[in-house]
Design a protein. Structure first.
Length: 94
């Protein structure tokens, strides 16, 4: 019996630019591609913004359908959104 899911390879970030600090609310399509987003995902991000959507915190990028979670984990430290609240999750202590 085979698993019903596939592991996707992490998209390559443009080696010439490497990951860089970015605001997902402002970054142009071409720069989204340099960060490793596929053409389809970059188009979805732009369309989301054009339809009035905005990202409040870096993890909001995960709401874009089909986004590669491994790439998202790599890029979260580079997301810069002015006035974004610091997200802190308290861990349960035994």
């Amino acid at each position: 019996m085979r698993n019903s899911f596939e592991l996707k390879a992490v998209p390559r970030i443009d080696s010439a630019t490497g990951p860089f600090k970015f605001n997902p609310n402002l970054l142009p399509f071409e720069d989204l591609r340099k960060l490793g987003f596929s053409m389809r995902i970059a188009q979805r991000i732009v369309k989301f913004r054009e339809s009035g959507g905005s990202f409040k915190v870096g993890l909001d990028l995960g709401k874009i359908y089909g986004i590669n979670s491994a790439l998202l984990i790599k890029l979260i430290p580079y997301v810069r959104i002015p006035d974004a609240p610091f997200v802190y999750r308290q861990q349960k202590v035994n």
